[in-house]
Design a protein around this ligand. Structure first.
Ligand code: ADP
Length: 464
């Protein structure tokens, strides 16, 4: 629709104006129709009735003078013109305007009259400058046309009919147009204003100002669009903040190991560290911090992979007890070193559909934590059936997690005690990764703990 203007308000404007014009045009047509139907129809039936009434006085035979006089008298008293003649050809003598006898009563009309039917005619008459309606009623006696009654009335023009209120009509019409244009303008403005506000807000969002929101004026589709817009910009804003925070966290996490590596290597290069033991100690620190960065980068890569759309788990049936046992075997030396007791009770019948490498990663991460944050006591690993499938719980008797932090330990980079976990080599990403992986396996990860009460981490997974 290229001929329409390209703003919505102008389109609506065109629509409203067209509607108004069409309405006025339609009412004009309608009034003409009613003029024809009501006024002309009423005149026609009036003339016919009059003619029939007069013809009732005719008693047969040639027209009597008495009847002719009666009709003449009637004519003077009556609004319409009435004539009675025995020969239609005499008509032209009575009428104030020219008539062509043959066109008024042609063969067809004659036939009708002879059959006793009346004939009606409407035509423009110059002398009156208007249409004239005429009715001819036959006077028949024994199949002979003894005479006719001719009645006519000049029709009022529709403009004359409406003359009385034509000024009122024009004023009212004009007021109607002004009022409807005024109301139309307000309506169009009211409708398009929120859309314009939304367009401006969308431009702001495009320019990077995600705080842009629009006021909601109504509950209709436009209001709903506004609400949807606000939700959209709020979530973009949240995502943007999350991204910034994440970047800040990453750089913060990298800064410390980098400064260690830089500082200690500089000292070594400058030859400031003389003794062999000190040199070895410095190198070990550099190595430790480099490993830390390696883990951090590895974890970050993992997280970004898990978040990406095309990440796919390689699912296959997996006897879980076997996997847990193989995993735990690797920790025996470490457990012995720390003097921790390992207790496990694993239901061998549980088969899950899972990505083996990923589930192993989760178990390793949780057991790593359990050993790291436990100085004495025992680690208990239980695998059993559960109403939602199976549950694997790893419980330690370590330092525990303060209850107010339990919700946050699965967040990226969250660590309860930054200083301690740093020396332990934790990145604060392990549980975030584990939680995400369990979610991807349609499972749940629950944490029960309290400061100094040990920690129990339970994974619930569907079974085959
Ligand atoms: P990290 O690599 O630092 O261990 P995680 O995401 O695995 O990162 O854990 C987040 C934080 O949760 C840890 O820094 C630690 O404070 C706390 N935490 C995790 N597991 C335990 C546990 N078994 N006992 C006590 N604290 C724990």
């Amino acid at each position: 629709m290229t001929f329409l203007p390209n703003t919505l308000s102008k389109k609506l404007w065109v629509f409203v104006t067209t509607t108004i014009i069409l309405t006025i045009g339609f009412s004009f047509l309608l009034s003409n129709y009613f003029y024809e139907k009501l006024y002309v129809g009423k005149i026609r039936s009036g003339l016919l009735e009059e003619g029939t009434r007069i013809s009732a006085d005719y008693e047969g035979g040639p027209l009597s003078n008495e009847l002719i006089e009666k009709v003449e008298w009637y004519n003077t008293k009556n609004e319409s013109e009435v004539f009675i003649v025995s020969n239609p050809k005499e008509l032209s003598a009575c009428l104030p305007y020219e008539i062509d006898y043959d066109t008024i009563i042609g063969p067809e009309e004659r036939e009708k009259l002879l059959n006793g039917h009346s004939v009606e005619k409407t035509g423009y008459e110059e002398r009156f400058d208007r249409d004239v309606m005429a009715v001819i009623v036959p006077l028949i006696d024994s199949n002979r046309l003894e005479g006719i009654i001719y009645l006519y009335v000049p029709l009022a023009k529709i403009t004359e009919l409406t003359n009385d209120f034509s000024i009122v009509g024009v004023v009212v019409g004009l007021l109607f147009v002004i009022l409807s244009v005024y109301i139309g303008t307000i309506f169009v403005r009211k409708m398009t204003k929120p859309l314009e506000i939304m367009k401006n807000a969308a431009e702001k969002v495009t320019a990077g100002d995600y705080s842009a929101r629009v006021p909601i004026f109504s509950k209709d589709e436009i209001g709903q669009l506004g609400t949807a817009f606000n939700l959209m910009s709020a979530s973009i804003q949240k995502e943007d903040e999350r991204k910034k925070e994440f970047l800040a966290d990453v750089s913060h996490e990298l800064r410390t190991p980098i400064s260690y590596v830089k500082g200690y290597s500089e000292a070594l290069i400058a030859g400031l560290v003389k003794s062999y033991q000190d040199q070895e100690r410095y190198l070990k620190i550099i190595h430790r911090e480099a490993s830390r960065m390696e883990r951090l980068v590895g974890d970050l890569l993992d997280l970004s992979r898990l978040d990406s759309e095309d990440f796919r788990l390689e699912l296959r049936p997996l006897p879980l007890a076997q996997l847990v046992e193989d995993c735990l075997d690797k920790y025996i030396p470490k457990l012995q070193e720390k003097g921790l007791v390992l207790r496990s009770d694993l239901d061998p019948d549980i088969i899950i559909s899972a990505d083996e490498g990923r589930i192993e990663q989760v178990i390793q991460n949780i057991v790593d934590n359990a050993i790291n944050y436990t100085d004495k006591g025992q680690i208990t690993v239980l695998l059993s059936k559960h109403e939602k499938g199976c549950q694997l719980s790893i419980k330690d008797t370590g330092i525990g997690i303060p209850s107010e932090d339990i919700q946050r330990v699965t967040q990226r980079f969250f660590r309860v005690n930054k200083a301690r976990t740093r020396s332990d080599g934790g990145t604060g990403l392990g549980l975030a990764i584990s939680n995400r992986l369990i979610q991807l396996h349609s499972g749940e990860l629950e944490i029960e703990s309290g400061s100094g009460e040990g920690t129990c981490i339970t994974i619930i997974l569907p079974v085959i």
